[in-house]
Design a protein around this ligand. Structure first.
Ligand code: DGJ
Length: 716
């Protein structure tokens, strides 16, 4: 007993001693803590990541989890965050803590920088953490700088390294292909490495999205359990490395994919990594999602708190087959629908090589005279006459070899001059590492806006990954291409945004090949997939919904799927509603239905576009799906319910709402019905308490394939 007491005393004394001698750096939000300590050896260690720890006195007891920004060449045997070669040929780095500071940059935002340095080489590494208190989001990036005489070579340069410790880890990845984006797969992690990466250059996340979720100890659930959601804000090659070590600890390295990308860093040049954004939720995926949505709307997404325009697009309605008359007729159809805008898609440009298919014309941004003899100006005018806005499609980073641009400026094209060219969708990528090419790409938007100031929207497409990789501009610095190309793309996005700050734009990349939070600083929305079959869309929207607020996800009603129009429309109404369909080919009832759907959508904007989202029933688990949206005041909610392909006479449980006020009473009304039909749902028109709706639920599923219901829930 005496011995035990003595041991305890020693432990407490030691803890006190360590506290006094170890500097603690705490990065906190309202519900999350990330804690670092400077050890007596002067190095920086992560000691905690998880649910907020409120008692300072406990921190002394936290064990070291791993070095904050692992370097190559020292005593750790796993993947480093940074690896560089010094001027004298020494490949090692040892970083020690120098100082740190925290400042409040906005009422709920605190920024911490931790400065590290190598004592033997003039190398500085600064770790930045921006903590968004209310949304529980932490954004982190790294700056690397040196003062050696000649450039050092950077081989690895992660944005972030996080350490976690649990018995079991379950990783959910979001992978797929064109028209088959963000399929969710959950897999356990065991000893060794799992990489999620891309090497596509542009159209960077066609196969694998730049986000993941990681659940501790059990598979991820919507409302329970500890999960980490992470995403890299980079529209280029990225890599996440999940490495479980011999002690069953997990390290997560996130950043630019260092594949074929050694970077010669000049003395005093700052290498700034992209931002890695994450949240930690001890209440499952649902909360993590809502954290991301709120953060994105408030701090990241362009015009995150502004309204969005509904639209009619002509891509699936016409493809390349249109002329002025047809477009003007479609504008009339947009008016019939009651949408805000007509969006002209691909196929309006090129004269020597008219863009009559995807085989030619890309790069020649002069309007095709045969098709549109009165130019874009006339279309803008026609739209204005009808009191709708006009938007236009461009794909300015690319070129068809059959184009005047290619003939004139082969030196602007990424290509290998001593090999046959390989084309993806018959095109090549322009070399955005070249400032002249950046000027040119900027001028495409600038010229259109200068000539036609009435253009109110751009859809910015990017259909090819980088093939035939060689930059005529970078010459002996080819390994900079993947990084400098993306930085060049951002330079253009920035310039466009600075000159036209109020111009909404859609980010598109042959469907959802670009969906990251750096690009979305310049874009109001993105196009999740070319697959507009509503059943597929339920899955695609479900996947993206984990990170992206629905107001950033464009969803169009088309004729791709042959399901009932109501089903197609109800699916699209879960995101930013648009149409891409010939309205004149619809029946009278269908036209009225769509018109009313647009009206409903606008009326529900405060809920669907600005509210909190709850995933209620997963299409991955059932032949049904349900999602709900609740506005901030909890007085207005919408429930979307879908029967996909249920079994005959299937029995279903009621769907329980979430996010309502249990004490309040709500009226439930089915909306978006086809004209001449009435609701067959039990409970339609009734008033229920929030408690009832959340604990007992509503019977909204049936065993009829591809049927759907939208319920509006309003506080009494
Ligand atoms: C790919 C996009 O994803 C489509 O929506 C459409 O704009 C085509 N490109 C046009 O070529």
């Amino acid at each position: 007993m005496k011995n035990r007491l003595f041991m305890l005393l020693c432990l407490l004394l030691f803890a006190g001693y360590s506290m006094a001698n170890e500097k603690v750096i705490r990065i906190s939000t309202d519900r999350v803590s990330l804690i670092y300590k400077v050890a007596p050896n002067g190095r920086l260690y992560q000691v905690y990541l998880g649910k907020q720890l409120t008692q300072d006195s406990d921190i002394a007891y936290l064990p070291e989890m791993g070095e904050a920004y692992l370097t190559h060449g020292m005593e750790d045997y796993y993947e480093p965050a940074i690896r560089m070669l010094h001027n004298d040929g020494n490949p090692s780095l040892l970083l020690k803590y120098v100082s740190h500071e925290t400042k409040q940059t906005a009422p709920d935002v605190r920024e911490t920088v931790i400065r590290l340095r190598d004592e033997n080489y003039p190398v500085e590494v600064n770790l930045f953490f921006i903590a968004y208190a209310k949304q529980d989001i932490i954004k982190t990036y790294t700056e690397i700088k040196h003062a050696e005489k000649k450039p050092v070579t950077l081989y690895n340069y992660a944005s972030s390294l996080l350490h976690l410790s649990a018995d079991h880890y379950f990783l959910t990845e979001f992978s797929g292909d064109w028209a088959h984006e963000v399929n969710m797969t959950e897999l356990p992690l065991a000893y060794g490495k799992k990489l999620l990466d891309t090497k596509l250059g542009s159209r960077a996340d066609m196969f694998c999205s730049p986000f993941f979720l990681l659940s501790l100890d059990r598979k991820a659930e919507e409302n329970n359990g500890d999960v980490l959601f992470g995403t890299i804000s980079w529209t280029g090659n990225f890599r996440f490395t999940f490495e479980v070590d011999h002690l069953n600890k997990l390290r997560i390295l996130s950043g630019i994919n260092p594949y074929a990308s050694e970077y010669a860093l000049q003395p005093n040049e700052v290498f700034r990594t992209p931002e890695f954004v994450f949240t930690y939720s001890a209440e499952g995926k649902g909360l993590a999602t809502r954290n991301f949505h709120r953060w994105a709307r408030n701090y990241d997404l362009k015009d995150g708190n502004k309204p969005r325009m509904t639209l009619l697009n002509n891509w699936e309605a016409t493809y390349f087959d249109f002329d002025e008359n047809k477009l003007v007729t479609i504008m009339d159809e947009a008016v019939k629908l009651g949408v805000d805008m007509f969006l002209l898609d691909d196929g309006w440009f090129g004269n020597k090589y008219p863009r009559s298919s995807d085989r030619q014309g890309l790069g020649d941004w002069d309007v095709t005279k045969d098709k549109l003899p009165n130019g874009v100006g006339k279309l803008v005018e026609e739209a204005q006459k009808r009191n709708i806005k006009f938007g236009i499609w461009i794909e300015p980073e690319m070129v068809n070899p059959k184009s005047e641009l290619y003939e004139k400026h082969k030196d602007w094209v990424i290509h290998l001059s001593n090999r046959d060219e390989y084309y993806f969708r018959n095109q090549l990528v322009l070399d955005l590492s070249n400032p002249k090419v950046q000027d040119y790409v900027f001028s495409i938007v600038d010229n259109l806006m200068t000539r036609y100031p009435g253009i109110a929207y751009f859809k910015w497409d990017c259909n090819s990954p980088i093939t035939n990789i060689y930059s005529p501009y970078l010459k002996d610095k080819q390994s900079h291409l993947y990084v400098d190309h993306v930085r060049g793309v951002y330079n253009v996005f920035k310039r466009v945004n600075e000159k036209y700050p109020n111009l909404p734009m859609m980010l598109c990349s042959g469907g959802g090949g670009r969906s990251d939070f750096e690009a979305l600083k310049y874009f109001t929305e993105f196009w999740p997939s070319d697959n507009t079959d509503p059943v597929e869309r339920i899955f695609i929207q479900w996947g993206f919904s984990h990170f992206f607020p629905v107001k950033s996800m464009a969803a169009h009603v088309t004729s791709w799927g042959k399901q009932p129009l109501k089903f197609r429309t109800d699916v699209a109404m879960m995101c930013k509603l648009g149409f891409d369909i010939r309205v004149n080919e619809m029946t009278e009832e269908e036209q009225t239905f769509c018109h009313d759907a647009v009206k409903n959508f606008k009326r529900l904007n405060d809920v669907v576009l600005e509210g909190d989202m709850y995933r209620l029933v997963s299409p991955y688990e059932k032949e049904h799906a349900a999602m709900a949206y609740v506005n901030e005041k909890k007085d207005h909610a919408v429930l979307f319910a879908f029967d996909i392909y249920p079994r005959y006479a299937e029995q279903n449980q009621p769907v329980k709402m979430q996010g309502l006020d249990p004490q309040a009473n709500y009226k439930v009304e089915e909306i978006n019905l086809m004209p001449g039909t009435s609701s067959r749902l039990r409970g339609n028109g009734q008033v229920y308490s929030g408690e009832f709706l959340m604990t007992v639920g509503l019977p909204v599923f049936s065993s009829r394939s591809t049927t759907s219901h939208i319920l509006e829930i309003t506080r009494r």
